[in-house]
Design a protein around this ligand. Structure first.
Ligand code: GLA
Length: 408
């Protein structure tokens, strides 16, 4: 009967709407907003940044040139590491009489424009560091005696200078602009966004305020990436602590063009072992994190290079299907992180945070062809469950591809 048929259709319609809503709640980011419309960072940006390598006074134009050369020579550029970013302490301690920023004359005798040219000539892109307040972070921590080199009151002048120097990437770092300068984060970061938008030259805009004001809830229309945590140190405890904080922000990931940034890589630095480096790199890739190498590219060990250059893992980082990686489970030393991939498969990281080998498994409904992305081997097929015994402080990183059902 017509009325009954209509009712069935309505019920079916309601079921479809409910299913879509449930799926959307799982996959669709909470608080999705349009990304900054500058056409950049369509996938998470990759490159090298000076800070984790040389900090403040170790920064010279030669260090930057060496990094650029090594990115080319090692194949890292071709694997995706394109941005060469000069972090804090590139500036002379005062502005010029016309108010312009200028580079430290002893450490950057050739000037920034020439350095940017050098980088560009190698098929790379060039980035620089500035702050919205009056003090850079090195100044705030008393590591760099300088005055007036923050962009406060000079936003337009600095943005125009960066464009003249052909800067492609700006890291804009909060430091203590609230307590010292009384600035509001969203307003101050928006001021520079608007100055960059006036320029003919596109500049990727990376902001950093350490997650203090939950930028994942507001920064998508403001910047291409926003830091979610304090600085990552080159040790296992710090990797785990920063990683734990990403579980809370995963729901706020969204459309390409704006990314959560759990800080630059420490692969090859400090006390991290190669297993720990691989785990760190795997998880950052699962999070769709910007991947900025922070060790000297010209001094990486073969093992470091194999980690940073693992194209199968980089492919996970650059693959955005429905959201960044999430923590699926955590029990004792065993964590499982995973994310959907654009080919209909999944990436799954079985992470052992502890000091003894641990069996870890997880449920992924379906029949899968399984590939181990560190062993570079296809390990067979799995139905509904994947598992491995994972070494201490280590990860087993799997790519699951949908397997057609056997006709037999
Ligand atoms: C802060 C940032 C670091 C680096 C330093 C520079 O600590 O989080 O990434 O830029 O400032 O002083």
């Amino acid at each position: 009967m017509r009325i009954a048929a209509k009712t069935r259709n309505q019920r079916r319609g309601t079921r479809i709407v409910l299913t879509v809503l449930v799926l959307a709640a799982f996959f669709w980011p909470v608080g999705a907003m349009p990304s900054l419309a500058n056409g950049l960072a369509v996938t998470p940006p990759m490159g090298w940044n000076s800070w984790n390598q040389v900090g403040c006074y170790g920064l010279t134009e030669q260090v930057v040139r060496d990094a650029a050369d090594a990115l080319v020579k090692t194949g890292m550029r071709d694997a995706g590491y394109r941005y060469v970013v000069v972090d804090d302490c590139w500036q002379a301690p005062t502005r010029a009489t016309d108010g312009s920023l200028r580079p430290d004359p002893a450490r950057f005798p050739g000037g920034i424009a020439a350095l940017a040219d050098y980088v560009h000539a190698r098929g790379l892109l060039f980035g620089i560091y500035a702050v919205p307040g009056s003090r850079t972070c090195a100044m705030a921590s008393n590591a760099y005696p300088a005055s007036g080199i923050g962009s406060l009151g000079h936003e337009r002048q600095d943005a125009e200078l960066f464009a003249r120097w052909s800067v492609d990437y700006l890291k804009y770092d909060w430091c203590d602009a609230d307590t010292v300068d009384g600035l509001d984060r969203k307003a101050a970061f928006t001021t520079m966004r608007d100055e960059l938008a006036r320029l003919d030259h596109p500049i990727l805009y990376a902001i950093s305020e350490y997650g203090a004001s939950s930028p994942w809830t507001w920064a998508r229309p403001v910047a291409n990436l926003w830091r979610t945590t304090n600085d990552l140190s080159p040790d296992w405890a710090s990797v785990l602590s920063v990683l734990a904080q990403q579980a809370d922000v995963a729901g706020y990931t969204g459309v390409p063009g704006g990314w959560n940034d759990p800080d630059m890589l420490q692969v090859g630095n400090g006390s991290l072992t190669e297993d720990e480096n691989r785990a760190h790199f795997s998880l950052w890739a699962l999070l769709n994190a910007p991947l900025f190498a922070g060790a000297a590219p010209d001094k990486l060990t073969a093992a470091n290079l194999a980690t940073l250059g693992n194209r199968e893992v980089i492919a996970l980082d650059q693959d955005f299907a429905h959201g960044q990686g999430r923590r699926w489970s955590s029990s004792g030393d065993a964590q499982v992180w995973g994310k959907p991939l654009s080919d209909g498969g999944f990436a799954v990281a079985l992470l052992n945070t502890g000091t003894t080998p641990t069996p870890i498994s997880t449920t992924v409904p379906g029949t899968w062809r399984v590939r181990d992305l560190w062993q570079h081997t296809d390990t067979g097929s799995a139905t509904d469950v994947v598992s491995a015994t994972v070494a201490p402080h280590s990860v087993t990183l799997l790519r699951l591809c949908r397997q057609a059902k056997s006709l037999a």
